[in-house]
Design a protein around this ligand. Structure first.
Ligand code: FAD
Length: 450
């Protein structure tokens, strides 16, 4: 194959890379997309396990994710709502199980009041600091120097309230223990979703899914770009650059262009060799963005049995192996599917077990929420992005303690003709497919404007 030349070469065919390519191509630019895997979609991936369709990566869309909703509409795709009729289940740290309705966990009155106070406080901070430049807030350094765990406990003596509020960001979003990231990083997470209240409201944050699965959004974008544009099985190994040109090398070819967009998560930037090497600043701060770790549990049953018990399938338990569970029955499906999440240290503990014990422990945890019928799924599968060479964790990357205010302001800066883009350095929609679409389109627009 002869070595192609184009205007912009894009590394990575996830939602970021493909939306950038789509925007550039629509403006008349020649683009080449190089993807390491044998498929497009990156951390969105729809697959069939024992005949059952599972969304192994990202799937949900919330109402504020308008860039993604608009793209889905432009592509002529349909969405559907998550099943949510009935009561939810809460498991307290002492193991007590309570069925409840409404948004607030069934905790004691004073804990409820404390949770509401903390939510209001986080809403205020998120509104004041915003998602675009949290490092510019006057108290950015202060908020970035204390872990979210310790910040919560400096605001409240109510341990249950702190654990429950911590769960929404730690296990629920950044998938790292709340001791390992800062209060500022937690506030960015909330601000990027519109408010902390949105993160607490599963009806909002886990609202809709794409019929046919979220990966189909990327598959359709790739198909529309054209067969000769997207090259699969093409991990980029090298980027040679001058101020106004790049040569991007895979094992099989070199692509020459005026610009490159590195549309991979930040933890993978240093898998590429840059000649000349990147400036000191990037070499240093790229080391401080690391992936969280979460296991997405899929279990399909003959019927959605929990609905017969008046349950919607939603369960929360900050101290449980499976910390959140939801009805994840596919569009038009007769069986019932549950999805659960096992985060950070609990994920470590599960991966340390042999396969059969792991499955048993996880199903027992689902049964604690929804009853013994949860023990006998027809299909069972665990998403394991930590074992994927071209992701290395889930859901996304975040800074270690103190990193956000120190380096966040530089994360979107290009180095010569090299642009960096991914959901992990997006503002609105941070860590989500919506953020990927936004930063893909914005990065393309920046290139088009120069
Ligand atoms: P990616 O999707 O990671 O794409 C990057 C691409 O770059 C990949 O295809 C990778 O193979 C490729 N690549 C990497 N290195 C190289 C290289 N050297 N050369 C060539 N190619 C390379 N988001 C939501 O909005 N809703 C959800 O419900 C949700 N749930 C999630 C559940 C899980 C289990 C996971 C893992 C993620 C979830 N997310 C969710 C997050 C969402 O999937 C990501 O934010 C989004 O996919 C990021 O898109 P991206 O293009 O920036 O990165």
């Amino acid at each position: 194959m002869s070595d192609p030349q184009c205007d912009v070469v894009i590394v990575g065919a996830g939602p970021t890379g493909l939306s950038a390519a789509r925007t550039l191509q629509a403006a008349g630019k020649d683009v080449v997309v190089l993807e390491a895997r044998d498929r497009v979609g990156g951390r969105t991936w729809t697959d069939h396990i024992d005949g059952q369709m599972y969304e192994i990566g990202g799937q949900w869309i919330s109402p504020d994710q308008t860039a993604l909703l608009q793209l889905v509409a432009e592509l002529g795709k349909e969405t559907y709502q998550r099943y949510r009729e009935g009561d939810s289940v809460y498991i307290a740290p002492d193991g007590t199980r309570t069925v409840y309705s409404g948004d607030m966990f069934p905790v004691g009155e004073s804990t409820q009041a404390e949770m509401e106070r903390l939510i209001a406080q986080l809403d205020e901070l998120a509104a004041r600091i915003g998602p675009t430049a949290p490092w510019d807030a006057e108290d950015a350094a202060e908020l970035d120097s204390v872990s979210f765990h310790h910040w919560l406990r400096s605001q409240s003596d109510d341990e249950i309230a702190c654990a429950n509020i911590g769960m929404f960001i730690a296990g629920g979003m950044l998938t790292k223990p709340a001791t390992t990231f800062s209060a500022l990083q937690a506030i960015l997470m909330a601000a990027s979703a519109g408010s902390f209240t949105h993160l607490v409201d599963d009806h909002f944050i886990l609202d809709r899914r794409v019929v046919g699965g979220m990966q189909s959004v990327s598959e359709q974008m790739a198909a529309e770009l054209g067969e000769d544009v997207v090259h699969l099985n093409s991990p980029v190994r090298t980027i040679e650059w001058t101020e106004d040109s790049v040569t991007v090398g895979t094992d099989a070819m070199n692509v020459s262009a005026n610009r490159v967009i590195v549309a991979v998560p930040p933890n993978l930037y240093s898998r590429i060799s840059y000649t000349p090497h990147l400036p000191r600043l990037q070499q240093v701060f790229h080391q401080h963005q690391s992936m969280g770790l979460v296991i997405k549990v899929h279990a399909t049953y003959q019927t959605p049995f929990w609905r017969e018990d008046g349950l919607c399938g939603t369960g929360f338990g900050a101290g449980q192996i499976v910390q959140e569970v939801y009805d994840n029955t596919n569009h038009g499906e007769e069986q019932g599917t549950l999805v659960g999440f096992i985060s950070d240290v609990n994920a470590d503990a599960m991966f340390a077990l042999d396969e059969d014990t792991r499955k048993q422990r996880i199903l027992e945890s689902l049964a604690d929420f929804l009853g013994p019928r949860a023990l006998e799924p027809e299909v069972f599968y665990l998403s394991d992005f930590g074992a994927e060479e071209w992701t290395r964790g889930a859901y996304a990357t975040s800074y270690d303690l103190g990193g956000l205010h120190r380096w966040g302001r530089f994360q979107n800066d290009p180095v010569g003709p090299i642009h960096f883009a991914s959901s992990d350095i997006a503002a609105q929609g941070y860590q989500h497919v919506d953020g990927a679409i936004r930063i893909g389109q914005d990065t393309a627009a920046k290139i088009l404007s120069t």
